[in-house]
Design a protein around this ligand. Sequence first.
Ligand code: 5CA
Length: 449
Amino acid sequence: MRLSQYFLPLLRDDPKEAEIVSHRLMLRAGLIRQASAGIYSWLPLGFRVLQSIEQIVREEQDRAGALELLMPTIQPAEIWRESGRYDVYGKEMLRIEDRHEREMLYGPTNEELITAIFRDAVKSYKDLPRILYHIQWKFRDEIRPRFGVMRGREFLMKDSYSFDLTVEDARKSYNRMFVAYLRTFARMGLKSVPMIAETGPIGGNLSHEFIILADTGESEVYCHRHLVQLDAPGANVDYEADLSTTVASFTGKYAATVEKHDADRFVREVPEQDRLTARGIEVGHIFFFGTKYSEAMGCKVQGPGGELVTVQMGSYGIGVSRLVGAIIEASHDDAGIIWPQSVAPFDVGLINVKVGDGGTDAACEEIYGKLQTAGLSVLYDDRDDRAGAKFAAMDLIGLPWQIIAGPKGLASGEIELKERATGARHSLTFDSALNRLVQSATEARREAA
Ligand code: 5CA
């Protein structure tokens, strides 16, 4: 992509309304624009990141055996009356009346709709277990939308729903999603810590929040330091196998959000030097709520002995749009964003230091072509602007690599390769730079399906 033909409205100054660094950088780097409080448009650069994140989430859901479908954003009120949540949900739910005066709503979550679909389609235990998911916009009329996409009113969520015959089977589905979540966040360069959490309006009595530690996190969290050091399971994880020991290694030590925190237990169970009190961002939340919805909505199947069994259910959410902010919170410096390559909008930024200089222009065109032929995504800064301004813009938008090409280096057959994360710059031939870039891209995509 040529920057001269792209749509990348950068802001020089920090926008006043942005309280945290990710919100500031998302506005400055031209990723989003606010449409109204807590509701955002995704500009081309931001949309590319959102889509990469969505794709990683999708691949790990598929790998865990979940099946993708797509439910609408608008739902009928009736099913929420069936579950009993229509009145309970309160002002957070955006209620709409259509032209026939039918009560509708913009879905804040989808337990009711998926339960209705499953109930009407599945009659036998032979069609269990199943995990269904979609990636769809949600609306919650939060009292205080803030921090940009981190606490929006309209936001993109991946939500999965599991259907099992027994509590024991449901626990297996829960474990599958638990492991898939660890892998999903790790692929985005994030270290997530699962923590016992409050179930709130979704219900049930077993739930884990997946927390990214960051100073600007909304919630206070408490955990054993060792949990932060654990590595996520590898791509070869067998989802058909018993995952309970893997899950146990992540749940065996103290970890709780402030709502579930037990100060006495924390002190009793965690040696002083291992007690970690920090702030965290909730990027995912998984729930087991048994028959809460299936009972209320009559979602039953015929069991092996012909008896009717009420289906055991769980639901599993990931904040897809929130993750864009969370990744920036975890990975930035004073100059701007530092994208992990797996979610970066482009692999590499090519900076032509002297646009208008025949030799430099021709060399950059050739480099631009070769990078693309090698399968790399490139943002080519071919604008006639000061070199300093170009460097600052490229640092701000945070692509993992930069190739800086100017007449001096080119005269001796070299370009400069800069790694955004470390700031390290090396003068080398284009061919060696290309090798390095291809290797880095291959590593970043190693786990892609
Ligand atoms: N139905 C369940 C699981 S599918 C559910 O709705 N869970 S949730 O309420 O915890 O939301 C799932 C995830 O969506 C959260 O972990 C969080 O990452 C994200 N999320 C929730 N509210 C917002 C919001 N206002 N803005 C951005 N992301 C949000």
